[in-house]
Design a binder for this molecule. Structure first.
Ligand code: ADP
Ligand code: MG
Length: 347
């Protein structure tokens, strides 16, 4: 392969690296000459094994592939066909386009492809993002409308409490319960506002340990809940927005404690850090009620709640924040035993 084509490939690799698209360059007969890192990932084969082999051995639907080659050779390019490829023995559906390039008189075929599973994830993320943006606008409008009257009601009820004096115990009791409900309404409004206007994260590189210690230090969990922290000796640095990541961990630990409280028994919330492949993992584990498998897919939907007094916004907000960090928020749970929420941040 000529140096100019190779440098083009490196350029393409740099541009496409962030888009998860794999690129493979072959000669006219299909012998693989180059494969990008994303191609190695999708095909689950190191480029050293890919190079020299024939791309046709990786394609399951040879009719479709051969037709693509015919079209690309005749018309220079063939766009987006779905094709099943063999990725280290696994069948994977990819979306591929093919381009013919002339490299100093030799015909080369440039295959650019994307794992459809990745595409689906991206689509899902985009859909969720749009849904959240719409709901966010409503939530923010409602919250603003409610907030001002709410604070004037609180103020007036507090004044009334002073007026009543110590002697009227019954009236004071009633006023206190009004104030408690007002506090709760205020919390709901804050949660709506938090959900509707979380800003673009300001990512800084560092260790997450300090936020976890800080969060645990200032948290007053219910009496039935014991908190444990088990952090790695030296966790790798990741990019994160301190305030937003703390918000996520607050949501997860609060849910964990609430899951223990609903059981009516004592339990443990444990926060751990770990590394899996290229991610730092922060796990929030609880020994609470667990989550039935049929509701697990709904957890991250805005307003999904099983609590009489829940908003259903904690996990939706948290997932969106973690997506903005290019990370993942995963759940594993066994009803009756407890749950694990894992926050994965790229290292
Ligand atoms: N640690 C947990 N254990 C059991 N169920 C959980 C846990 N975390 C979340 N859930 C479930 O997910 C739902 C949505 O959580 P969330 O979005 O934080 O909203 P909310 O806490 O207001 O209900 C909860 O109502 C609950 O059913
Ligand atoms: Mg919650």
């Amino acid at each position: 392969m000529t140096a100019s084509l190779k440098s083009k490939l490196i350029e393409v690799q740099q541009c496409l690296g962030c888009m998860h698209e794999g690129t493979v360059i072959t000669s006219a007969d299909g012998t693989i000459l180059e494969a990008t890192t994303a191609a190695e990932r999708i095909l689950e084969t190191p480029s050293i094994s890919l190079k020299g082999s024939n791309i046709r051995t990786l394609c399951r639907g040879l009719d479709v592939y051969d037709e693509m080659v015919r079209k690309a050779v005749a018309e220079k390019r063939c766009l987006n066909r779905s094709l099943v490829v063999d990725a280290a023995g696994k069948r994977k559906l990819v979306n591929m386009s093919l381009e013919r390039v002339d490299d100093s008189g030799e015909v080369r075929l440039v295959h650019v492809f994307q794992d459809c599973a990745d595409l689906r994830t991206m689509e899902e993320r985009l859909l969720q993002f749009e849904r959240l943006a719409t709901i966010g606008r409503f939530a923010s409008q409602i919250a603003h409308e409610v907030r001002n009257p709410l604070s004037s009601i609180s103020l007036n009820v507090e004044l009334l409490e002073d007026e009543i004096g110590e002697s009227n115990a019954e009236a004071r009791g009633l006023i206190r319960s009004v104030l408690r409900e007002l506090d709760r309404l205020n919390d709901i409004v804050s949660e709506y506002l938090q959900f509707s206007r979380f800003p673009k994260p300001q990512l800084k590189k560092g260790q997450v340990d300090a936020i976890i210690h800080d969060l645990v230090g200032s948290w007053k969990p219910p009496a039935a809940v014991r908190v444990e922290v088990a952090l790695m000796d030296s966790s790798p640095e990741v990019w994160f927005d301190e305030r937003l990541l703390r918000q996520v961990l607050e949501n997860l630990t609060r849910n964990a404690a609430e899951a223990i409280e609903t059981e009516g028994a004592e339990g443990v919330v444990r926060i751990e850090t770990d590394v899996i492949e290229k991610f730092l993992v922060i796990r929030v584990k609880d020994t609470g009620c667990g989550i039935p498998s049929e509701i697990q897919p709904k957890l991250f939907e805005p307003f999904f709640t099983t609590k009489a007094r829940g908003t259903g916004l904690g996990l939706a907000t948290s997932q969106q924040i973690i997506f903005e960090h290019n990370g993942h928020l995963l759940v594993e749970s066994q009803p009756g035993k407890g749950s694990i929420f894992s926050t994965l941040l790229p290292i």
